[in-house]
Ligand binder design. Structure first.
Ligand code: ADP
Length: 541
């Protein structure tokens, strides 16, 4: 081998924030705070305070590989912790505060977190958790002395006091790029949550890839507002790629309702945003009710669960390019983006739409294939569907502490999704393998049925689940929430499916409910729905 002569510079998270300071030092980071009001500073400030918090953690005895947890919204202190914790060689462990307290306690104990930093919103939760979490030496309230919570929390520390005690003269260590940097537990619809452990190297490569024009298209001219929480797989990489590119960053705090988001989009001239479909339902409904328009927003990235085609259309009516994306915690999380190619732009909007609704094509770095039950690769013809497998430098090899054992199949990670891949490389999820409805030995895609149901003008949200049937094993049931003021009937909704799917895919029944249950990351909680409707008697049974 003739060895290349380039330098061996480790890919480190600290280098992202140092670069942002040097090249985009005056670019703003704007946060809506939990204490109330808007906080504004720059990447130079983030870098300085990240070094101060890194020093403070050292003083608290946080060492290489120690886990430090956060229970926090998207805000500037959370961003400082992202860099301060990982930058010094400890592990940034973001915890989803929407999980049940028992699950959170399980996760903290499993991760053996040394400290937990929390936003004031979560003081009552922390009060409950503290006695159950023996590995935690201290609980850091992410606020100043004046706002410290009155709750009964042992070893309570004040974030601003920790920062103020340090001078920021900290040099980031030159770590091995394989050093663990961040830990995120997947909500795990079955069994206990399991931790995906990201390295510095994987995180930096993922951030580069996520910045590409056909992915987030980040640049120093963009203003990015991640609605996706920083506790949901590192805000899909935005907390890293925004400083890497010098994009202005707008962090919405706890205000994720339509009104709060709209006001922030407009006040800060946001150009790009990302989040799960549920949050956009709220934002788009608010805009429709109030006859509003966007003045700066160009791009909305939708992922985490299937983006209903009607949402892509509604965004388009507001002049926003809605890009469908797919990924998972175990993939850091990005896998595919649905950006169009030149040949699509020559097509009619209807033809383009057929591609837009797919989850998208692999980002360079991610390899994908679909296989049948025997593990044989299936054709990339857009029709054959099978288990989706992935591999690449930001895909996990296994879970933290070996949970779940050896999970790879010949080096490929099984995603648990069922998908097609077309000749242009666009992947489309037909279902999560545990959500497919199995009727008479054939599979019915619950996502397809849900997309049709929500396209009905009287339906706000819908879930399709399999309910047991004496002859067909399972048949589809639609559980739906009506739009405010709409009075659609069961018969009308079932009729709406005719001609849109083959006859045997048409659901057998509809149940109207007030609300649908969601997971902690905003996805339909189908395990609970299947439980709730276990005894549902189908009229066809
Ligand atoms: P969790 O499993 O912890 O809820 P993840 O965010 O890792 O969290 O979930 C990954 C799963 O979410 C994927 O395997 C897939 O089933 C689903 N998913 C993500 N994005 C999409 C999408 N655009 N369309 C359909 N399903 C999606």
């Amino acid at each position: 081998m003739l060895r290349g002569l380039m330098q061996d510079a480790p890919l480190l998270i600290s280098s992202i924030i140092r670069h942002a300071d040097l090249c985009h030092g005056d670019t703003e980071v704007v946060s809506r705070t939990v204490e109330g009001g808007i906080h504004r500073y720059t990447y130079a400030d983030v870098h300085r305070r990240a070094r101060q918090i890194a020093q403070a953690l050292g003083r608290l005895g946080v060492g290489l590989g120690d886990r430090v947890g956060t229970l926090a919204w998207n805000g500037y202190r959370h961003l400082e912790l992202y860099y301060g914790i990982s930058g010094r060689g400890a592990v940034m462990h973001t915890i989803n505060p929407r999980l049940f307290p028992e699950q959170i306690a399980y996760i903290i104990n499993h991760a053996e977190d040394r400290y937990i930093c929390f936003d004031l919103t979560f003081a009552p939760l922390v009060e409950k958790l503290a006695p159950q979490c023996p590995t935690v030496r201290g609980w850091v309230a992410m606020t100043d002395r004046a706002h410290m919570p009155q709750a009964q929390i042992p070893n309570l520390l004040c974030y601003e006091e920790l920062v103020a005690a340090e001078d920021g003269s900290y040099e980031w260590p030159r770590l091995d790029e394989w050093t663990a940097a961040a830990l995120c537990y997947s909500s795990g619809t079955t069994g206990n949550p399991k931790g995906a452990l990201f390295a510095h190297r994987s995180t930096v490569i993922h951030a580069y890839a996520a910045s590409l024009p056909d992915v987030f298209n980040a640049s120093a001219c963009e203003v990015i507002l991640p609605v996706v929480p920083m506790f949901h797989v590192n805000s899909w990489g935005i907390a890293y790629l925004a400083p890497l590119n010098g994009s202005k960053l707008v962090l919405p705090g706890a205000g994720l309702d339509g009104k709060s988001l709209y006001e922030l989009f407009e006040a800060e001239k946001v150009t790009m945003t990302a989040g799960v479909p549920t949050v956009w339902l709220g934002l788009l409904a608010f805009m429709q009710e109030n006859g509003l328009k966007f003045s700066s927003l160009k791009r909305a990235v939708v992922g985490g669960s299937a983006c209903p085609p009607t949402m892509i259309q509604t965004f388009a009516e507001y002049g926003v390019d809605c890009v469908h994306a797919w990924g998972m915690t175990e993939m850091s999380p990005l896998g595919t983006f649905g950006s169009l190619k030149a040949k699509h732009l020559k097509m009619s909007p209807e033809e383009q739409f057929g591609t837009r609704i797919k989850q998208g094509r692999a980002i360079f770095g991610v390899e994908m294939k679909i296989v049948d039950a025997e593990g044989r690769e299936l054709p990339r013809d857009g029709k054959a569907f099978g288990d989706l497998l992935v591999r690449g430098p930001w895909v996990t090899t296994g879970y933290f502490k070996g949970e779940g054992g050896d999970i790879l199949r010949d080096g490929w990670f099984p995603t648990g999704d069922v998908a097609t891949i077309d000749p242009d490389g666009y992947m489309q999820i037909t279902d999560r393998s545990k959500d497919v409805i199995k009727s008479g030995g054939e599979w019915i895609s619950s996502i397809d049925l849900e997309n049709i149901a929500v396209a009905h003008p009287g339906i706000a949200e819908a879930a399709a689940i399999g309910v047991s049937h004496p002859k067909w094993d399972e048949r589809p049931l639609i559980v739906a929430v009506k739009r405010a003021g709409a009075d659609v009937t069961r018969e009308e909704l079932l009729k709406f499916f005719e001609g849109k799917v083959v006859k045997w895919w048409i659901p057998d029944d509809v149940a109207f409910v007030e609300t649908l249950p969601h997971t902690a990351t905003g996805k339909l909680l189908k395990t609970q729905l299947r439980q709730d409707f276990k005894a549902h008697k189908l009229p066809t049974a």
